[in-house]
Design a binder for this molecule. Structure first.
Ligand SMILES: C[S@@+](CC[C@H](N)C(=O)[O-])C[C@H]1O[C@@H](n2cnc3c(N)ncnc32)[C@H](O)[C@@H]1O
Length: 431
């Protein structure tokens, strides 16, 4: 039960599950090699882009970053037909499940105790991933299932329904430790706030104080002018209502009592699980077109405003954000503009042609996507890595010509369950 797993808990089984998971557990520890010609700007920011298979890259990064990441966002291939270029649908499906299981298990180890993982998927696999995440993270660490409105128009050619949303499933490393930040109210919500009685505290909206919820307070309430509200359930305690009345914050309309909620006191609100009007897939293609003059470079880029929301609700400046299916580099670009540190992994050549190229433009101060909303003017840097050879020879002995940090890191992390401090390694190598 320590890792949230329970022997009686239902788990997902598929053909080849155990063999696939065992084979991957034997994967070699690979080296991270910097390719300086693709790094850019200040090398000391802590930002990394790695080109390579993400399981191998994550294994190489884990000894240094275990327990350090505040937010993981992944947008893996959705497993729509043909992605693995195989004809047997069932095999394709099971192969995808093994692929994701292994990566999720590894990703979890990167999270801080107050960290969260967000996975974006469509209808094909979201239900399966939910069951796998319940197994890996524990059902009690499920946080939310968000629906993101992804289409600009309708798909009239769809056979049954025009599918308008993606799923974003969120799990915490430890639900009790996770805090979801409140978000700035959008224009639509702000426009609801009015000031019909010229209250000098500014615009406000009314919140009804009567409730049907059993968890609340039950009493009769008498206003100071003698108006009585019969015994009923209230959202607030009797003392709080008396205080609000003394501050002229209660408003009576017929038999209903409201409180004034002033905009300047509630400029942030709890995020909801329906994300409508937060950019869409077509906006993401427009963003890439504005950057590279071409919107066909990545099949399924996500828009910067979507990543801004995820990073906004789950992190603070300086926190680490990790995306191991980086695609066109949206997560890294947004994290960079928002002053977060990031680790991005992408297997394809787009690690160089899109991710590194995009981040170079970000560092030079590009003004697309969220730039103006966050006041971005440029600066910072990142280092670019690829995966090198194994750290062991064919007799499973540690190779001697490998820097101390790479020989020590996996052993240190396995023994202590804490990441190795790079400074200690550099001091050792200098001796
Ligand atoms: C749906 S796209 C991500 C799009 C991204 N969110 C964006 O905004 O551009 C998925 C990406 O994952 C990459 N990918 C697939 N398998 C991978 C693996 N095993 N290791 C690393 N990257 C992988 C693909 O090359 C593809 O670029």
């Amino acid at each position: 039960m320590a890792n949230g797993k329970d022997a009686l808990m239902p788990t997902l089984q598929w053909m080849g599950r155990e063999e696939d998971l065992e084979a991957a557990a034997r994967a070699e520890y690979r080296l991270l090699l910097e390719e300086e010609r693709f790094s850019y700007g200040d090398p000391g920011t802590g930002n990394l882009i790695v080109q390579g298979d993400n399981l191998e890259a994550l294994e190489a990064l884990l000894p240094f970053y275990a327990g350090k990441v505040k937010c993981i966002y992944i947008d893996p291939p959705y497993n729509t037909s043909g992605e693995f270029k195989r004809y047997d649908d069932n095999k394709e499906h099971t192969r995808w499940l093994s692929m994701m299981y292994l990566r999720l298990e590894t990703l979890k180890q990167f999270l801080r105790e107050d960290g969260a993982l967000f996975i974006q998927l469509d209808d094909n696999e979201q239900a399966y991933i939910k069951v796998i995440c319940d197994e890996i993270f524990g059902r009690n660490n499920f946080v939310a299932h968000i629906l993101w409105h992804k289409k600009r128009g309708k798909d009239n050619a769809s056979r049954y329904f025009s599918i308008m949303h993606d799923h974003i499933i969120c799990y915490a490393k430890r639900a009790q430790s996770l805090y979801i930040n409140r978000i700035v109210l959008d224009e639509n919500t702000r426009s609801v706030y009015k000031n019909p009685d010229n209250d000098k505290r500014g615009v406000y909206r009314l919140q009804g104080l009567c409730t049907r919820k059993q968890c609340c307070f039950e009493f009769e309430y008498t206003m100071h002018d003698g108006k009585k509200f019969s015994r009923r359930l209230w959202l607030l305690s009797h003392d709080t209502m008396k205080r609000l009345e003394a501050e002229n914050r209660l408003v009576v309309k017929g038999d209903i009592l409201y409180r004034k909620l002033f905009l300047k006191e509630s400029a942030r609100s709890i995020p909801e699980t329906m994300w409508i009007g937060l950019s869409n897939n077509a906006d993401a293609r427009d963003e890439l077109k504005a950057l590279f003059g071409n919107d066909t470079l990545c099949d399924t880029p996500k828009p910067e405003y979507l990543l801004k929301r995820i990073i906004e609700v789950s992190t603070a400046p300086g926190d680490y954000v990790l995306d191991s299916f980086l695609g066109s580099g949206t997560t890294a670009a947004v994290a960079h503009k928002m002053g977060r540190r990031y680790i991005g992994v992408e297997i394809g050549e787009q690690a160089k042609t899109l991710c590194a190229a995009r981040l170079k433009r970000v560092i030079d101060g590009e003004q697309g996507g969220i730039s103006q909303a966050v006041g971005w003017t440029g600066g910072g840097g990142f280092r670019f890595f690829t995966l090198g050879g194994d750290v062991v020879d064919n007799k499973q002995r540690l190779k001697r010509d490998i820097a101390f940090e790479h020989r020590a890191a996996p052993l240190y992390a396995a023994e202590t369950k804490t990441p190795l401090n790079r400074r200690v390694c550099r001091e050792h190598d200098a001796q």
